[in-house]
Design a protein around this ligand. Structure first.
Ligand code: HGY
Ligand code: MN
Ligand code: MN
Length: 408
């Protein structure tokens, strides 16, 4: 069994035009008009493929291909939202490969005992509404619906109001249902597959992730007459924190830990005022939960010492945490067999990026299939994956889903 490479390529080209940036990337923020257009397009493809479509209260979209028996479904999917000036593969490639796998089952006249359900998760990136993986987190019962509804973007707009506005505040409860397995194809977003000449990554697990918010309050003042000896500059303290976060991951904890200060806002953010308030984000990741647990008090010490040096006040809030997620060994083995049957050069690896599969793995057997990222690049317009590798990955997804759904 194979996928239809040209059909898959055409769907990717068409969907990539929704939210396309001038440099060929994607800006399609969650619940934006572009997200709505992309959702509408995928729902139309679902319906044209004969899937029974339903939408839940978090805007997650499900398209079910019936099985021959009323058994729990094999779920296949990913997300459609992107980061600002992101790439055209992160998320949407997984949705389109899942759609293509279902279409290929039809092409080959394959019936499966279990239904196969295509799923699109809302707000995976956490770029507009925080934290990431918000809708799969609600589905998994890890994040209260009301908290997700009240998440606000940088303009103070609530998630629930945007769901309503774009017409994806669905009637179905956003709650777990029995499932046979969950499979997600995704780009690796790192260098390992390309470096080794592999087309497919058999993902064994996903790193633990912690997101924190630091708020630093100094003394806003005039940039001119205020003597250096009397200043309490929030941005000077923040600069120390940024450098301290890098040292913490690289020199102190070391090993596999990574740390990023990706977001930083300054008030009043004008040339001639000493910054009074700075807020910044800290993203820490490590395959070891205990390493992450050790790092959080170290982060607090970095913040406290930087702020004491500058005589400014600070708050530190750890507001999102997902543990290291091992995938189900039987699903991992099934994916590995499928990659071999697809004729793909493949290897096992771990994911350094978070995915909805982290929460889905708490609901049942889950696994992921990676395809290479050119230069390991992602969350940027340069993101690229060759069509040959996409074909291998999509065929692997097709074969693994068919096996788990008990093709007849
Ligand atoms: O943060 C992540 O790793 C994912 O891209 N949301
Ligand atoms: Mn993604
Ligand atoms: Mn992403």
């Amino acid at each position: 069994m194979k996928v239809d490479r040209r059909r898959l390529e055409l769907t990717l080209e068409e969907l990539s035009r929704i939210g396309e940036t001038p440099r060929g990337g994607l800006t399609r923020l969650a619940l934006s008009d572009d997200d709505r257009r992309a959702r509408d397009r995928v729902v139309a493809w679902m319906r044209a493929t004969g899937l029974a479509v339903r939408v839940d209260r978090m805007g997650n979209i499900f398209g079910e291909r019936p099985g021959t028996e009323p058994l729990p479904p094999v779920m296949v999917g990913s997300h459609l939202d992107s980061v600002p000036t992101g790439g055209r593969y992160d998320g949407q490639l997984g949705v389109l490969c899942a759609l293509e796998a279902i279409r290929a089952l039809d092409d080959h006249g394959v019936r499966t005992r279990h239904p196969v359900t295509l799923v699109v998760f809302t707000n995976e990136e956490g770029a507009r509404f925080q934290p990431a993986e918000l809708a799969s987190g609600v589905l998994a019962g890890r994040i209260p619906l009301e908290d997700a509804y009240n998440a606000r973007d940088k303009d103070g707009i609530r998630l629930v109001d945007e769901l309503e506005r774009i017409g994806y505040l669905g009637p179905e409860p956003c709650a777990a249902r029995p499932m046979r397995a969950y499979l997600e194809l995704h780009i690796e977003q790192g260098p390992l597959l390309e470096e080794g000449g592999y087309s497919v990554g058999v993902v064994e697990g996903i790193v633990a992730i912690s997101w924190s918010r630091v708020t630093i309050r100094g003394t806003q003042d005039h940039a001119g007459p205020t003597p250096m000896r009397t200043r309490h500059d929030a941005l000077v303290a923040a600069a120390d924190v940024v450098a301290g976060v890098r040292r913490l991951a690289r020199d102190i904890v070391g090993g596999d830990m990574v740390a990023t200060v990706g977001q930083l806002s300054v008030a009043p953010n004008i040339v001639n005022a000493i910054p009074g308030t700075v807020t910044l984000s800290v993203d820490l990741r490590d395959p070891s939960d205990s390493a992450l647990d050790r790092a959080l008090p170290m982060l607090e010490r970095v913040v406290r010492q930087a702020c004491e040096r500058e005589g400014v006040r600070w708050e530190l809030e750890h507001y999102w945490r997902v543990p290291y997620t091992p995938f189900d060994p039987l699903v991992v083995d099934t994916i590995e067999r499928a990659a071999r049957a697809a004729g793909a050069r493949h290897r096992r690896l771990r994911s350094g990026a978070g995915h909805d599969a982290q929460y889905m793995a708490t609901l049942g057997p889950a696994g992921m299939i990676f395809v290479p990222s050119r230069g390991g690049r992602s969350h940027c317009e340069e993101e690229f994956t060759p069509m040959d590798d996409i074909e291998y990955g999509a065929t692997t997804l097709l074969l693994a889903a068919a096996e788990l759904a008990r093709a007849e």
